[in-house]
Write a protein that binds this ligand. Structure first.
Ligand SMILES: *[C@@H]1O[C@H](CO)[C@@H](O)[C@H](O)[C@H]1NC(C)=O
Ligand SMILES: *[C@@H]1O[C@H](CO)[C@@H](O)[C@H](O)[C@H]1NC(C)=O
Ligand SMILES: *[C@@H]1O[C@H](CO)[C@@H](O)[C@H](O)[C@H]1NC(C)=O
Ligand SMILES: *[C@@H]1O[C@H](CO)[C@@H](O)[C@H](O)[C@H]1NC(C)=O
Length: 439
């Protein structure tokens, strides 16, 4: 524990490629490796453990460690640099206390990425601000991280079809970390994804605002992979892709009070691409509003995958003019060419939808398009009220088994129909409209 804590903050290296801030501070970004101290050296391990456990706690955070009056924070403020180039920044350059107790990471003002994709280091195509191998820290401050994505979007193969598809940076990444708390930040106009959490556990995100135009390509809001015990709450996300996406290797993900729109909704997946195995378990979304999104609550898997999605609950969700409010799509295909039919699939079971209401833009208010060979099971609906303007909302099922109780509109009797046939029409229709554009 101790070793880990000691190492963690020294890895707190932010890769900044040109930084502009409006804070007016006279800090200057330096790359003085020789000044690196060992922050958090003083931690006795016990303190560290406590912090991590606290971070794992529920919605309330009254532990002094999290409280503002206990802050001994120094602002992480970076003064404008005209230079474009990588500036590795260590927290010590900003007078980090690093005693294992003081919490001293703040983002204030605005950190702006260079807008010209050509200026990006081709060796690091996927990353802008990266926080890696951290234990027990908090990042907050009310500031803004702006990816200046406009030119990246325009050159995306999804927008300019003559361009080859290539990678673009994620604005803000937490990787291989534990006990991290992100609070009160705005992340906007990311080059591609806004905020990724990977290979991490016990991460709490609250009061984060994410915004990009609805036509910005692949700009997922928060993307979670290979991570466990993640809590996301009180976040407002509007993007050109999924507001939140949860992919392989993720478990115990709790989302609460999420405002999503525009965007593609809240998604588990995509999973199982290129015949890969994937597992996602224990996902809860409680209290959300989705406005003018193309999907609402979605689970998407590619044909040919394996593994499973299990134990998912979506509850207390309001839909405002959402194209596909509730959707399971096991025929997901986001490629330029048609996806071929395959028999294996990522198994989907134990998915509950409870107290979901509002308006659907398409008649397809609930769609459970499950694999013929690996049907969905234990799909449960309770207290659903979805309608279109014309009153023609319907439920579609293909090999989806489960039940509904309480008030459920549109009726979902097809869930009780366990026969897995009659799907051919559906699949043909599906394969014809595969050219939707997202990762
Ligand atoms: C698409 O990209 C090509 C090559 O990068 C460029 O020449 C062309 O002007 C772009 N088209 C549009 C509409 O921006
Ligand atoms: C899925 O996650 C598991 C567990 O983290 C990992 O072992 C596996 O390699 C991942 N699969 C893919 C395709 O990334
Ligand atoms: C149902 O969800 C709505 C939010 O869409 C919430 O306001 C309401 O309190 C929930 N009802 C129950 C019984 O939990
Ligand atoms: C996939 O299966 C459907 C029937 O289930 C069939 O009509 C279609 O041609 C198949 N597509 C391919 C690419 O084999």
């Amino acid at each position: 524990m101790k070793t880990r804590a000691t190492q963690s903050l020294t890895k707190f290296v932010v890769l900044l490629l040109a930084v502009l801030a409006k804070t007016g501070a006279d800090y200057r970004a330096t790359s003085g490796e020789d000044h690196i101290r060992r922050p958090w050296r003083g931690s006795d391990g016990e303190e560290e453990q406590r912090v991590v456990e606290e971070a794992a706690g529920d919605e309330h955070d009254h532990h002094p460690w999290w409280d503002d009056e206990n802050d001994h924070l120094k602002a992480l403020m970076l003064w404008g640099s005209e230079r474009v180039g990588r500036i590795p920044v260590n927290v010590d350059s900003f007078d980090a206390v690093g005693d294992g107790v003081a919490d001293d990471t703040r983002v204030q003002g605005t950190i702006i990425a260079p807008e010209e994709p050509k200026q990006w280091d081709p060796k690091n195509p996927r990353a802008w601000l990266v926080f890696s191998k951290l234990t027990g820290i908090r990042i907050q401050g009310g500031g803004t991280i702006d990816g200046s994505g406009t030119k990246w979007w325009a050159s995306s193969c999804k927008i300019n079809k003559t361009n080859p598809c290539r990678e673009a940076p994620t604005a803000f990444s937490i990787d291989s970390s534990s006990g991290v708390r992100i609070r009160d930040l705005t992340i906007q106009n990311a080059q591609q994804m806004h905020f990724t959490i990977s290979r991490s556990d016990t991460i709490r995100v609250s009061g984060v605002r994410i915004r990009s135009p609805r036509d910005s390509p692949n700009t997922d809001g928060i993307h979670i992979s290979d991570s466990t015990n993640i809590a996301i709450q009180n976040c407002r996300i509007g993007t050109g892709d999924d507001c939140i996406s949860i992919v392989n290797g993720s478990s115990t993900i709790k989302m609460k009070n999420i405002d999503c729109g525009p965007g593609h909704g809240i998604s588990i997946g995509s999973l199982g691409k290129d015949n890969t195995a994937a597992t996602v378990t224990g996902v809860v979304l409680d209290t959300a509003t989705l406005t003018e999104t193309s999907n609402g609550l979605r689970i998407k898997t590619w044909q040919g995958g394996s593994g499973y999605v299990k134990s998912v609950r979506f509850e207390n969700v309001k839909m405002n003019d959402v194209e596909n409010p509730i959707i399971i799509d096991q025929f997901y295909c986001d490629s330029m060419t048609r996806c071929k039919n395959q028999t294996s699939a990522v198994k989907i079971s134990q998915v509950m939808y409870k107290n979901i209401s509002g308006t659907s833009r398409s008649p397809s208010a609930m769609k459970f398009a499950c694999s013929d060979t690996v049907p969905c099971s234990n799909i449960v609906l309770n207290n659903i009220n979805l309608e279109t303007e014309n009153g023609n909302a319907e439920t579609f099922c293909n090999c989806a088994m489960g039940f509904d109780y309480g008030f459920v509109r549109p009726a979902a009797d097809c869930l009780k129909n366990t026969a897995c046939d009659g799907s051919r029409d559906y699949k043909q229709k599906e394969t014809r409209k595969i050219l939707h554009t997202e990762l």
